[in-house]
Design a protein around this ligand. Structure first.
Ligand code: SF4
Length: 108
């Protein structure tokens, strides 16, 4: 399990700088840069309770992180081997806000 810090406050699974899910998937299989990665479980916050959060009042300090970013030095058979991962927001394309894995480190 990986210690996860998340600062994506607009996600329905977010609470207290942590995630309430039991696991997440980081996407962006061909990423060459951290800005090309993303949290595939981002769920835009709405008035409704998140449908895929186990318990939105109970954040998990460590969880399984599945990852399809082939070019990351921490990717081992589509699982993240980093001890700590930061998921955060970033701006791309002149202002569009998206999520990214800030711990991504190119294996090349
Ligand atoms: S550190 Fe690398 S392997 Fe781990 S979740 Fe981020 S991109 Fe995937």
């Amino acid at each position: 399990m990986t210690s996860l810090h998340c600062s994506v406050q607009g996600c329905a699974n977010y609470k207290d700088d942590l995630c309430c899910r039991p696991d997440i998937m980081v996407g962006g299989p061909d990423s060459e840069d951290k800005a090309q990665t993303y949290c595939a479980n981002f769920l835009e916050e709405s008035g409704d309770a998140p449908s895929d959060a186990v318990d939105d009042a109970s954040p998990n300090p460590s969880l399984d992180i599945h990852c399809e970013v082939a070019n990351c030095m921490y990717n081992e058979d589509r699982a993240c081997s980093a001890r700590h991962v930061d998921i955060r927001t970033t701006r791309v394309n002149g202002g569009q806000i998206k999520t990214e894995c800030a711990t991504f480190h190119s294996a090349r």
